[in-house]
Ligand binder design. Structure first.
Ligand SMILES: C[S@@+](CC[C@H](N)C(=O)[O-])C[C@H]1O[C@@H](n2cnc3c(N)ncnc32)[C@H](O)[C@@H]1O
Length: 221
């Protein structure tokens, strides 16, 4: 099966190739997990997002990280190994994925620094301690981002950053809804609502990045 996440270039394809294959590759166990995910079409973050995440997390020196959307535990492992003193809490609703993620964390040797919460993010987010995460990576159901936003903002520390993945839908979020296939209406509407909510809130700063299928960074100011 083709992994659509890898084929939604929002920059021209030469630049995409350069950002994806011309940046420092991963090594060791993380490279193995990345290659395996690619082979099996598991929708993990593309390499341009890997490079950004490593660079950005090192400069943030985040201590307590939350991820919404674990899949097989690739990005959670990347974050935990990039910041060896950080704790990563990650949420996954599919038991098969959660099982594989736990195996990944054991293989990488980070089990004590990762807490995997199994269940729906909508149920789990309200149970987490407020203002306790200095970095939140939201990489789950795109139609739900706008619903999860207020919870994530409550969970962020004062200078914390929320990074939201896959927000451009290959640029189709800019099109009128009449041009969007019916099955994608809810994603289209809710991603547009997410942008509007973030941009209209004077208490939030934000920045869009053309990584993968688009990233939105949000911070409380
Ligand atoms: C794109 S994958 C995450 C990839 C992962 N962040 C990585 O790059 O290694 C999205 C994951 O989010 C999970 N997910 C989607 N909606 C969710 C929800 N509402 N609650 C919990 N998990 C969810 C899916 O089951 C899927 O495994």
């Amino acid at each position: 099966m083709r992994n659509e996440m890898m084929f939604r270039p929002v920059v021209n394809t030469d630049i995409l190739e350069f950002m994806r294959f011309g940046q420092k590759p991963l090594t060791g166990i993380l490279k193995e997990i990345q290659d395996d995910a690619r082979k099996r079409n598991v929708p993990v973050i593309p390499h341009e997002t890997v490079a950004f995440l490593q660079f950005y997390l090192r400069s943030l020196q985040a201590k307590n990280i939350l991820e919404v959307g674990t899949a097989i535990g690739f990005s959670a492992s990347l974050m935990a190994t990039t910041l060896p003193k950080a704790h990563v809490t990650t949420i996954e609703r599919y038991d098969m994925m959660a099982k594989e993620a736990n195996e990944t964390f054991a293989k990488v040797g980070i089990t004590e620094r990762v807490t995997l919460l199994e269940g729906q993010a909508a149920d789990l987010l309200p149970t987490l301690p407020k203002e306790s995460f200095d970095f939140i990576f939201m990489d789950s159901a795109k139609a739900k981002y706008v619903e999860f936003l207020p919870y994530c903002l409550e969970l962020l520390t004062a200078n914390g950053v929320l990074m939201i993945d896959d927000v451009f839908q290959a640029g189709t979020i800019l099109k009128p809804i009449e041009e969007i296939p019916h099955k994608n209406h809810s994603i289209h509407r809710n991603l547009n609502k997410l942008f509007q909510t973030v941009h209209e809130d004077p208490k939030l700063a934000s920045c869009m990045l053309p990584l993968g299928d688009g990233v939105l960074l949000v911070q409380k100011v």
